[in-house]
Design a protein around this ligand. Structure first.
Ligand code: HEC
Length: 149
């Protein structure tokens, strides 16, 4: 009760440790310790907040259903570019290049919410811990395949 965040972080760490050998075999995380996005790396609240922020700041180019338009489709995310790589990669693009006409104009927290929403729309589940709004820490999360429906 007193330290739910600590417990959650320990659980994430434990999952990371358990999955480390698999990651090494697949060559996923840069140091082999990345937690797979399919393990639930954002909260449902984040994704919901991201839905509104996306509608306001991104949908006019990427489509209300993320289907693309002036900008590329974000469902599915381009696997050649983002697959089996750290989440810091798409986060870096979004925070430094998007919105295309006003790069870097949003708060880091809002960018993290938007990324959570995009991941959610790509079929990844939410989990107990929020996605960190920090590019460095996002190197610890690897974009694996979404779980089968
Ligand atoms: C004014 C139009 C516009 C807006 C608004 C915009 N984008 Fe983009 N976005 C683009 C274009 C154009 C590209 C392709 C850029 C390139 O290839 O260099 C792109 C590329 C991307 C990519 C890389 C996708 C890929 O497959 O390469 C992501 C991720 C992305 N945008 C996310 C966002 C997010 C999140 C927002 C809102 C915060 C946003 N964009 C707002 C036009 C826009």
């Amino acid at each position: 009760m007193q330290r739910p965040r600590g417990v959650g972080a320990a659980a994430v760490l434990l999952v990371g440790v358990m999955l480390a050998p698999v990651s090494l075999v697949l060559g996923e995380g840069e140091d082999g310790s990345g937690a797979p996005v399919s393990s639930g790396v954002f909260t449902a609240e984040q994704a919901e907040a991201g839905r509104e922020a996306f509608a306001e700041h991104c949908a006019r180019c990427h489509g209300a259903e993320l289907e693309g338009g002036f900008g590329p489709t974000l469902v599915p995310l381009d696997r050649d570019q983002f697959g089996d790589r750290p989440l810091s990669h798409p986060f870096g693009i979004i925070t430094t290049e998007m919105p295309f006409d006003a790069p870097g104009s949003l708060e880091a927290d809002v960018y993290a919410e938007i990324l959570a929403f995009i991941l959610s729309e790509n079929g990844y589940p939410s989990g107990p811990e929020p996605l960190p709004a920090d590019r460095e820490r996002l190197t610890e999360f690897v974009l694996d395949d979404p779980p089968a429906e």
